[in-house]
Design a protein around this ligand. Structure first.
Ligand code: ADP
Ligand code: MG
Length: 322
């Protein structure tokens, strides 16, 4: 199948149609019409086979995860997703593989009404680069530099589940009896199909918070907020939100160092000023978004981890490609 046949068959006629796409796939450029008064939030992420997902990952999950991690960046800015372009490098033109890939892609694109507006198709080692664009009110964006001393620190969802999924796939680890098959598939799903906290991000724009999505580990990612805001952070480890699956995996003795340095959960970590906490929490609760207080912004620098009021000395920080 030629490059152009592939484009026509798999990329051109996806379901999501938006009025702000004046010209989609098929010309030299897409033509897009942003809403007046809004700022564009733009982000790119590349996923490479064997680095960002195990080589055994299904085409459907690869696509799903590629879009999810890009939408997660928009979420961490508080932006409403709108458009995506897809640059894909493929070893060969495997039609079944591409059909499965687009099933995973379209499932998430349809859920968040994101239109595929263009891209590039080349031959080479499997790699996927997505560029997403969303809309945000510039004054309300969840910038990393927004944190202030005295703010409270929160995370959405639970953390550490995806790292267990990765361990199960790559290292074939022994697990305790209480860690059932359901828990196993839950953790693998958390790795392959992270849920981008797009709704949470948009709700948080009401509170002008600092936010980041947890891709490289809670400690490393929270440290990015600290650096950008010129502040420090204290995290109370015993407050970290964990799933039943995680507690079963660790036989109720969680390896906290592992959990705060593991990436791939794509939950949001954010700060909120004390006087807005009650209002923020009730808004999150009414939208069914689990939100947990994990610490406080302090003066100084870096992330300090406490357990039962004692300072822990963790060496490792987070995933670093180099
Ligand atoms: P050009 O040579 O002008 O760059 P291409 O032949 O690369 O154009 O692409 C033709 C059209 O198909 C363009 O509109 C481009 O955006 C779109 N396209 C190519 N590959 C993809 C893809 N993987 N996903 C979505 N759109 C694509
Ligand atoms: Mg091209």
């Amino acid at each position: 199948m030629s490059e152009f046949d592939l484009i026509n068959q798999f990329f051109k006629n996806t379901k999501v149609k938006r009025d702000d796409v004046l010209l989609g796939i098929g010309d030299d450029c897409a033509m897009l019409s942003p809403p007046s008064g809004k700022t564009l939030a733009v982000s790119t992420d590349t996923l490479i086979s064997g680095v960002h997902f195990p080589e055994s990952t299904s085409a459907e999950d690869i696509a799903y995860k590629s879009l999810a991690v890009n939408l997660s960046d928009l979420a961490a800015m508080g932006a409403e997703p709108a458009w995506v372009s897809l640059a894909i490098s493929l070893p060969d033109s495997n039609v079944e593989w591409l059909a499965a890939f687009m099933r995973g892609f379209n499932e998430l694109a349809e859920r968040f009404n994101v239109a595929l507006i263009g891209g590039d198709t080349t031959q080479g080692a499997l790699s996927i680069t997505l560029n997403v664009t969303g809309f945000v009110d510039a004054k309300l964006a969840l910038k990393r530099a927004n944190a202030k001393v005295g703010d409270i620190i929160f995370v959405t969802g639970t953390i550490g589940d995806a790292s267990i999924g990765l361990d199960l796939i790559l290292n074939n680890v022994n697990t305790p009896d209480v860690f059932t098959g359901d828990y196993k598939s839950y953790c693998i799903d958390r790795l392959n199909r992270p849920y981008p906290q797009v709704i949470a991000g948009q709700l948080l724009t009401e509170f002008v918070v600092a936010a980041i999505d947890i891709s490289d580990g809670l400690k490393a990612d929270l440290n990015h907020i600290c650096k950008a805001s010129n502040v420090g952070a204290i995290v109370n480890i015993e407050n970290l939100p964990t799933s039943d699956a995680l507690l079963a995996f660790y036989n109720n003795k969680p390896d906290w160092q592992n959990i705060i340095t593991a990436g791939d959960d794509y939950e949001l970590c954010f700060t909120c000023s004390k006087d807005k906490v009650t209002e923020m929490l009730s808004l999150m609760e009414s939208n069914n978004i689990k939100t947990t207080c994990i610490g406080e912004v302090v003066s100084g620098s870096g992330v300090k981890c406490m357990f039962d009021n004692e300072l822990l000395n963790f060496e490792q920080t987070g995933y670093n490609h180099f």
